[in-house]
Design a binder for this molecule. Structure first.
Ligand SMILES: C[S@@+](CC[C@H](N)C(=O)[O-])C[C@H]1O[C@@H](n2cnc3c(N)ncnc32)[C@H](O)[C@@H]1O
Length: 289
């Protein structure tokens, strides 16, 4: 079985636990790139989203009564896919403070359709401007929470601890948190300016180690030689995103094409990193007695 808590590896894209989820979540990528997709087109954002959906499904929170919260959610595919399967999706981000004009912007209030070319249900989406450090919800509100590529941008460790505390507070007992962030494969802490990159000890201290919840499995932090051999310079990928934003005015995942695949690992000076996914269940009231 593919672990839920693991570092992104190119082999995951052909794993029978993940490949069908990728193809179900992204029907338009099959139309765009052919029926062999994602083989030869491995991209870590799509891995993060599929890992999240798979965890929600397997851990029993993908159902028609579920309320799901996205934190630092931008325009990510998880939001749209989930509207087909749950009661309501609350997408939150600093939408009114455009973030590097890439991912969070007012377009999510005005015309979210343009960010997702496949089927979704606009009647089940609530978009709210909200700081992850101060969630405007009652305790125990959500069956599931997802946060992908976001906590690393919240500031320092104190801000992340506050955000994690908020996630734990608004998650229902028995609810599931799916968190994807950056995992450091080489180089020193804390990462890049404006973007923390974590190792296993840091993730344990900040997220996994809380007594409030239980990881779905112990973190598997190894990364295959094949994945590592395909690492690309961060500056190269940044230039691709900047050219895309210059052409389209903002980031559209479904129009993005990388010059080379797999597009999973990045390097910058001594640093090397890729994505990690964590799935955690909040203790039920009974467990905490
Ligand atoms: C790299 S983007 C990822 C967006 C989206 N999750 C995705 O995967 O496409 C990081 C996001 O974190 C958001 N963000 C940064 N600080 C935040 C905060 N304090 N509260 C909520 N969102 C925040 C940014 O606005 C941005 O949309």
């Amino acid at each position: 079985m593919l672990p839920y808590n693991k570092v992104c590896e190119v082999e995951d894209f052909t794993h029978p636990d993940l490949l069908p989820v990728l193809r179900e979540v992204y029907p338009h990528e099959l139309s765009r790139f052919g029926q062999n997709w994602p083989i030869g087109r491995e991209y870590r954002k799509e891995w993060e989203v599929a890992m999240s959906i798979r965890a929600f499904r397997d851990l029993g929170v993908l159902h028609p009564n579920a309320d799901v919260l996205g934190i630092g959610a931008g325009t990510e595919p998880t939001i749209f896919y989930l509207t087909n399967h749950v009661h309501r999706v609350y997408a939150t981000d600093l939408y009114l403070q455009e973030w590097q004009s890439e991912s969070a912007n007012v377009g999510m209030f005005l015309n979210p359709d343009r960010y997702w070319p496949s089927l979704w249900n606009p009647r089940r989406l609530v978009v709210q401007h909200m700081n992850a450090l101060d969630l405007k919800y009652e305790d125990d509100s959500f069956d599931a929470i997802f946060s992908s590529s976001s906590i690393e941008h919240f500031g320092g460790h104190d801000e992340i601890r506050q955000a994690v505390k908020e996630m734990a507070r608004v998650l229902k007992p028995g609810g599931v948190l799916s968190l994807a962030t950056e995992f450091r494969l080489a180089g020193p802490s804390p990462g890049m300016p404006g973007c923390l990159i974590f190792d296993e000890a840091e993730l344990t201290g900040l997220v996994l180690g809380s007594a409030l919840w239980e990881p779905a499995n112990p973190l598997v932090a190894s990364c295959s030689a094949l994945t590592r051999s395909a690492e690309r310079p961060y500056t190269e990928l940044l230039a691709v995103v900047q050219a895309h934003v210059a052409e389209y005015g903002e980031l559209f995942y479904h129009k993005l094409v990388w010059p080379e695949y797999p597009c999973l690992g990045l390097t910058y000076g001594p640093l090397a990193w890729t994505s990690v996914h964590l799935a955690i269940r909040k203790q039920s009231r009974q467990d905490s007695l």
